[in-house]
Design a protein around this ligand. Structure first.
Ligand code: PGA
Length: 259
């Protein structure tokens, strides 16, 4: 963590808590994080719960993100949801290029870039994900892969430094209980920040790079203590309010610690 950047703890609920359960979870998160004034907290419910969760969270400091968007604003795209619709539902951020989207729904680097551009055009904060597979890591290609993924949208982020967020999520660590060690995460985060710096030093200084992949209450502190880890994108543990609140509490404690 670096005092120049406010930590962001984001909960990606994936295809869970899409109804009343989402509102209850959101209310618990808001209650538990009320005192976390040095942390930005957000939750990303499924589309069906966006408006209800945003309503539940109105008047609290917890923000709402969507998990995906269609790059077009409207039109004949059955089953899709656009940026303006997300804004109207109360979302202020959107996750783009999550590895599950890339692997299961064909979100290529080009599609991810289109979605980042659409989010920015709508004033939605993109949380753009990058990450290598286990095979790529074992072949020593991690930095090449995440570098290529970042390059697809980095110039778009440079149009508004500090607004867009990058999330490093090694695919082999998502939902597996295997976490990148703090040094492994830091190595990739530092490489991503160097790549941002090549485009603009301001962009590198201001962009938050989140770590994601089996972040839990008991490993969050060590990951967040790394210099270039500016927060967490949390999947499984975000469905448990107490666990998610504990991760936010770790960020709150570190953000207040003298450096
Ligand atoms: P996980 O998911 O915390 O369950 O590993 C993280 C993510 O996919 O964003």
């Amino acid at each position: 963590m670096n005092p120049a950047r406010k930590p962001l703890i984001a909960g990606n609920w994936k295809m869970n808590a899409g109804g009343a359960a989402g509102c209850a979870l959101a209310a618990d998160v808001a209650r538990g994080t009320t005192a976390h004034d040095r942390v930005e907290v957000l939750v990303a419910p499924p589309f069906t719960a966006l408006a209800a969760v945003a309503h539940e969270l109105s008047g609290t400091a917890v923000a709402v993100a969507a998990q995906n968007l269609h790059p077009k604003a409207s039109g004949a795209y059955t089953g899709e949801v656009s940026g303006p619709m997300l804004l109207e539902a109360g979302a202020t951020s959107v996750i783009v290029g999550h590895s599950e989207r890339r692997a299961l729904f064909g979100d290529s680097d080009a599609v991810v870039a289109e979605k980042v551009a659409a989010a920015l055009a709508q004033g939605l904060r993109p949380i753009a994900c990058v990450g290598e597979t286990l095979e790529e890591r074992e072949a020593g290609r991690t930095l090449e892969v995440v570098g290529r993924q970042l390059d697809a949208f980095v110039r778009l982020l440079a149009e508004r430094p500090g607004f867009g967020v990058v999330a490093y999520e090694p695919v082999w660590a998502i939902g597996t209980g295997r976490t990148a060690g703090p040094e492994q995460a830091q190595e990739v985060h530092a490489a991503l920040r160097a790549r941002l710096a090549a485009v603009s030093p301001t962009l590198a200084q201001q962009t938050r790079i989140l770590y994601g992949g089996s972040v839990k209450a008991d490993n969050a502190r060590a990951l967040l203590a790394e210099a270039d880890v500016d927060g967490a994108l949390v999947g499984g543990a975000a469905l448990d309010a107490a666990a998610f609140v504990a991760i936010s509490a770790a960020a709150q404690a570190l953000a207040g610690a003298p450096s």
